[in-house]
Design a binder for this molecule. Structure first.
Ligand code: FNR
Length: 186
């Protein structure tokens, strides 16, 4: 059966570099069915709202995660850390307890920035959060995209840099193997 992977982008802006990177991923690995999972409708986390299925956008978000075999997070770095929008979403996916949507889910991390340090610090924080949730983050492999504006076309719509495409493809292939490995852990 075809593997399904959900793509979560940690930026809400329309012309996000990270959204563009996420959009480039499906064509790099055609054996996987990718679908994007939006954070745009999620309310701010509030434990008072977190009972039963929770608010409708939260129910849909959790269900979208539950439906796929793995999650790839493609996120910017804000102030040397995880963007609030993404942390908020991960918190919603961390409850309730043992049936939390992200618990046990194979997860990969990608990040792009116009800066030179490639979202190292935000990825550390995302990894730390995912480990607290007991998601299975792809170990060791890292996918940092720095100076992203030099790796795209003039309209900033396409990832044109061949080296980045090659590394991204390799990362996605390793992530696909990781999904298989995690399934043998269960
Ligand atoms: C940034 N940016 C940024 N970049 C980085 O590499 N390290 C950082 O700590 C920060 N901090 C930061 C804070 C805030 C509030 C903003 C708005 C931006 C720059 C950031 O990488 C850039 O805006 C990206 O283009 C955002 O990603 P998207 O929206 O293009 O995917």
């Amino acid at each position: 059966r075809t593997k399904k992977v959900g793509l979560i982008v940690g930026s809400l802006r329309e012309h996000s570099f990270n959204r563009m990177i996420a959009a480039a991923i499906p064509e790099l690995e055609e054996s996987i069915a990718f679908e994007s999972i939006s954070l745009a409708e999620l309310p701010l986390y509030n434990e008072d709202l977190d009972h039963g299925d929770g608010p409708e956008p939260v129910r849909r978000f959790r269900e979208a995660i539950a439906r796929v075999d793995g999650i790839m997070i493609v996120s910017p770095e804000y102030n040397s850390g995880i963007p609030g929008v993404l942390k908020n979403a991960l918190d919603w996916a961390s409850t309730p307890g043992k049936t939390a949507a992200l618990r046990g889910k194979p997860t990969g991390l990608v990040g792009a920035t116009p800066g030179v340090k490639g979202t190292i610090l935000s990825q550390q924080q995302i990894r730390q959060t995912l480990e607290a949730i007991r998601a299975h983050v792809l170990p060791f492999e890292k996918m940092y995209i720095s100076q992203v504006m030099d790796k795209v076309d003039a309209e900033r719509r396409l990832l044109t840099d061949e080296t980045t495409r090659k590394y991204l493809k390799r990362y996605v292939q390793r992530f696909s193997l990781w999904i298989d490995q995690v399934q043998t852990l269960d």
